[in-house]
Design a protein around this ligand. Structure first.
Ligand code: SF4
Length: 214
C-alpha cells in the first residue's frame, strides 16, 4: 500500500471510529485484510449461529469458509447454490434471529453513518434489529464524506456493479449507470441509513486499510 494512502487511512479511520462511538456503535481499524479476518473470527463466540450475507468484502476475505470451520458454529448460508428460492428465503428469515451477523456496508460517512440499499431487505432488516451482534467489515474505499455522497456512491456505483456481479438483466448492466428501473429483479428497493443504535456496541465496524468490495 502506498505510504501516503496509509497515512490517510489511519487518520480518517480514527475520525470515523470516534464518530461511531458517539452513535453508540463500536469501530476498529486494521491495516490489512488478513489481520481483519483473524480479528473478526476472534469476535465470534463459541457455539454461535452466524448469518451470512451476500458481501463481496467478507467473501473476498475467505470469512465464510473460516466461520463454517469453527467447531460448534452454525453458519446460516442462504447462498448455497442448490437451495430453492423458498429454502433461501427461509434461511434469510432464520438469519434475522442469529447470534451474529457478518456483512459489509455499501457506504460509511465520515460522521459514522451506515448507508445501505437492499433488494429484498433481509440484510438491512438484520442490521437494524435481530442478530445480537452485527460485525461489518468495510474497506476504506467505502468512505464517503457525507450522506449525500454516500447515497450517490451506492446508487451510481455499488448498485450497478452488484447488478453486473449477479448477472441480472437490468439497464445498469448495459450502461454502468443507474436509470431507476422498475424491473422485477431490481436490487434497489430498501434504503437504510443507520444513525446509531440503542443497544450499545451491538454494531461493530471493522475498517480495513485496503480496497475491498464495491
Ligand atoms: S434501480 Fe435498476 S437500474 Fe438502478 S442500479 Fe438498481 S437495478 Fe440498476
Amino acid at each position: 500500500m502506498d505510504e501516503h494512502q496509509v497515512v490517510w487511512n489511519e487518520k480518517v479511520a480514527e475520525k470515523i471510529i470516534k464518530n461511531l462511538e458517539k452513535r453508540r456503535m463500536a469501530g476498529s481499524y486494521t491495516d490489512s485484510a488478513a489481520k481483519a479476518k483473524d480479528e473478526i473470527l476472534e469476535m465470534i463466540p463459541q457455539g454461535a449461529t452466524v448469518f451470512r450475507c451476500g458481501s463481496m468484502t467478507a467473501g473476498g476475505l475467505g470469512l465464510w469458509e473460516a466461520i463454517a470451520a469453527i467447531p460448534g458454529v452454525n453458519l446460516i448460508d442462504p447462498y448455497q447454490p442448490e437451495l430453492s428460492r423458498e429454502e433461501g428465503l427461509e434461511l434469510r428469515r432464520q438469519g434475522l434471529t442469529a447470534d451474529v451477523m457478518v456483512a459489509s456496508t455499501n457506504a460509511i460517512t465520515l460522521d459514522g453513518r451506515l448507508v445501505n440499499l437492499d433488494g429484498m431487505g433481509n440484510r438491512v432488516a438484520a442490521m437494524a434489529f435481530g442478530p445480537k451482534k452485527v460485525i461489518l467489515v468495510v474497506g476504506m474505499n467505502k468512505v464517503a464524506p457525507d450522506l449525500e455522497s454516500a447515497i450517490a456512491r451506492v446508487k451510481h456505483y455499488a448498485a450497478p456493479i452488484n447488478n453486473i456481479r449477479y448477472g441480472l438483466k437490468n439497464p445498469c448492466v448495459e450502461t454502468g449507470l443507474c436509470s431507476d428501473c422498475r424491473t422485477p429483479q431490481r436490487i434497489c428497493n430498501m434504503w437504510s441509513t443507520i444513525e446509531g443504535h440503542m443497544i450499545e456496541n451491538r454494531i461493530h465496524v471493522k475498517l480495513v486499510g485496503e480496497f475491498l468490495g464495491y
